[in-house]
Design a binder for this molecule. Sequence first.
Ligand SMILES: Cc1cc2nc3c(=O)[nH]c(=O)nc-3n(C[C@H](O)[C@H](O)[C@H](O)COP(=O)(O)OP(=O)(O)OC[C@H]3O[C@@H](n4cnc5c(N)ncnc54)[C@H](O)[C@@H]3O)c2cc1C
Length: 393
Amino acid sequence: MTVTGASALRRMADFDLTEPQRQVRAAVREFAEREILPTVEQHERDGVYPREIIGRLAPLGFLAPMIPESYGGSFSDVLTYGIVCEELARVDWVVASAVSVANSLVGTSILKFGTSEQKQRWLPLLATGEILASACLTEPAGGTDLASMKTRATRIDGGWELSGSKVFISHAAEAGVFLVAATMDPNLGHRGVTMFLVDPSVDGIKVSPLPMRTLQRDNVAEVHFDDVRVDDKALLGEVGGGFPILGTALDTGRFSVAARCVGQAQRALDLTLPYAMDRRAFGQPIGGFQMVQQKIADMICRTEAARALVYRLGRMKDAGVERCSMEASMAKLLASEAATQNALDAIQVHGGYGFSSEYEVGRLLLEAKTLEIGEGTSELHRKLIAEFGLGIR
Ligand SMILES: Cc1cc2nc3c(=O)[nH]c(=O)nc-3n(C[C@H](O)[C@H](O)[C@H](O)COP(=O)(O)OP(=O)(O)OC[C@H]3O[C@@H](n4cnc5c(N)ncnc54)[C@H](O)[C@@H]3O)c2cc1C
């Protein structure tokens, strides 16, 4: 049988997946293209958060692939979860991010470190989509250096008082649970960091929109904690035990972000291939010019290299390797830079139309670039990878 260009690309992406994993990819892609894609540009223009669409993921099993069935989730292997994130991100950053935050950052932290009461309280709500989640980590004075956070957790009778501010918090206005990192004493560094599960409706929490150049439909926000009182049941894990929780959460978080980057890189490629064959210059399709072909070749190679790293990371996690921090940094670094570079190349091949609001590729660029910043900047990941390699971490 002749393998055409398109089927060769599909064969590579699906080559070593199991049949159920291929079926999940096909089902998520079909849903995403039919139900989500037609809404994205309008949501972005109007600043409308896609809450209703996210709710529709639950009955299909796409909302909670990391939450066990006993809590109402659709528990899958880690690689399948990555494929869900990849395919959702291929059409919408925000929907994919909602799944990734709820499963990786918040759901996994509750599963691994929560009491049985916390699991019973929060996981079924997250799994059914009744509530969404936000992770409140970054502060106005810095996100990379988390050990220097300023948000204070002060012991009071029967619980804790939280005071401080967090910035760039995705989904905050829609969330029904916040995973909050705070310090008992900034002088303690990472040993002072403690995690809490907080109901956003309690007194003293204010969510204010943070004007952004991109992702208007995400409603990225600042979250202020003004002497917020929570009881002991809000404490996640040990007092001062926040860093190991963050380590586990970000380890899985970086896997899902990397998978989302593969989806975005793939989308830029999928939009560019037909454009290059349709658009004509000097009497021929621009795809016939070697300099355009060079970009397309690089886009294909980047996407597949990133996908290979991400899928291998998923398989390592499925094989039970507990912490894969170096591999997570490698996958996140390579995939996020691939997504940005593919968006740049896609714009170049689209010429002036790359900036037209009629075409997706311009929007993809800033959205991809955010993924080089969130859950660890490229600089941080290069530092971590080098330190692992040098044996000083
Ligand atoms: C769209 C979007 C959504 C986000 N969503 C969330 C969210 O839901 N929850 C949340 O908590 N945060 C969120 N963030 C915040 C994100 O995690 C932080 O922006 C990120 O961690 C970087 O922190 P910072 O912006 O404070 O930059 P800084 O930490 O101030 O860093 C600034 C620059 O200095 C560099 N730098 C810092 N330290 C070093 C070093 N040691 N070596 C070399 N270079 C260094 C950085 O790489 C960066 O280039 C989001 C951000 C964006 C853009």
